[in-house]
Design a protein around this ligand. Sequence first.
Ligand SMILES: Cc1cc2nc3c(=O)[nH]c(=O)nc-3n(C[C@H](O)[C@H](O)[C@H](O)COP(=O)(O)OP(=O)(O)OC[C@H]3O[C@@H](n4cnc5c(N)ncnc54)[C@H](O)[C@@H]3O)c2cc1C
Length: 305
Amino acid sequence: MNNPTAFAAACLAADIPLRENVPLSTCTTLRLGGPAQYFYEAEGVEPISRLLAIAKTHGTPVTVIGRGSNLLVRDGGVPGVTVRIGAGMSAITRGPGENTLTAEAGASLGALAHRAAEEGLAGLAFAAGIPGSVGGGALMNAGAYGGELGPLITRVEALRPDGTAAVFAGEAIAWDYRHTSLMDSGIIVTRVTFALQPGAREAILAEMAELNRRRAEKQPITEPSAGSTFKRPVGGFAAALIDQCGLKGASVGGARVSEKHAGFLVNHGQSAADFLALMEHVRGTVLRETGIELEPEVRIIGVDQ
Ligand SMILES: Cc1cc2nc3c(=O)[nH]c(=O)nc-3n(C[C@H](O)[C@H](O)[C@H](O)COP(=O)(O)OP(=O)(O)OC[C@H]3O[C@@H](n4cnc5c(N)ncnc54)[C@H](O)[C@@H]3O)c2cc1C
């Protein structure tokens, strides 16, 4: 039933501009991955909705990405259409109601945190250094330094896989550690509302600067990575376990366990297969040595070469 050529022709006829064979290594912070068969840079909810309906008709798989900061794309790329929710959908507005901000899913978490500070709204300083989007952050319940997005979110607007609109109240969503009930539903987050508290602009900016300083001191933020590769396991910290197993600096090809922070696997090569092999080496070694099973935090998409 999947007919990519007919899908592309239908998108063209519907005035939805697709690009073909776009290297996803240019769309991820890990700088790895093969091409998207078709690629659509989203510029609004309505065209995505039409694209989803066309994809459904033609049986074309749809993959959504944000700022690509928690993504490992396999070397064979991603079949079907990849929809990127980024700069074209990044408006942030105050309201509705007191002490809230509403952001389109493509806004960066950094921009959101800074806007909150400028508006004198506290609660998002922890998110200033997370290099993802509002949509990706909501989907993953991104968090740092004791804060998480989920508890601040009062409303999520989204599109279902068939292109119809859906709205979720924040309290109707299960917000767990780097996991949410949104994740398994196949929806595309389009807009998110955050409830914050009044705060002093200068104090919020100072807190953000301090957290970003701590991040730069501890994490290899100038090297290509997807942040923490593994989730924090029950009863331990992934970085400490990896370090304890003597894996700092371990490598497969250009993929390496960071010397600065063992929880970060960094990439200095061009092979997602090498990165996956290193992940497996780390997971297997930690399991053997400590009995604790590490689970990936990074989302792995696409097909092998
Ligand atoms: C240096 C570095 C530091 C990091 N530090 C942190 C940290 O402190 N805390 C933390 O939680 N994370 C951290 N991360 C990981 C990452 O930034 C977050 O997980 C972020 O929320 C991912 O957002 P994204 O837009 O980049 O999503 P992507 O990586 O593009 O996608 C991640 C997942 O979200 C889905 N997705 C993306 N956008 C949407 C959407 N609009 N609707 C539905 N699904 C969507 C994708 O399909 C994929 O499954 C770090 C990453 C790096 C590189």
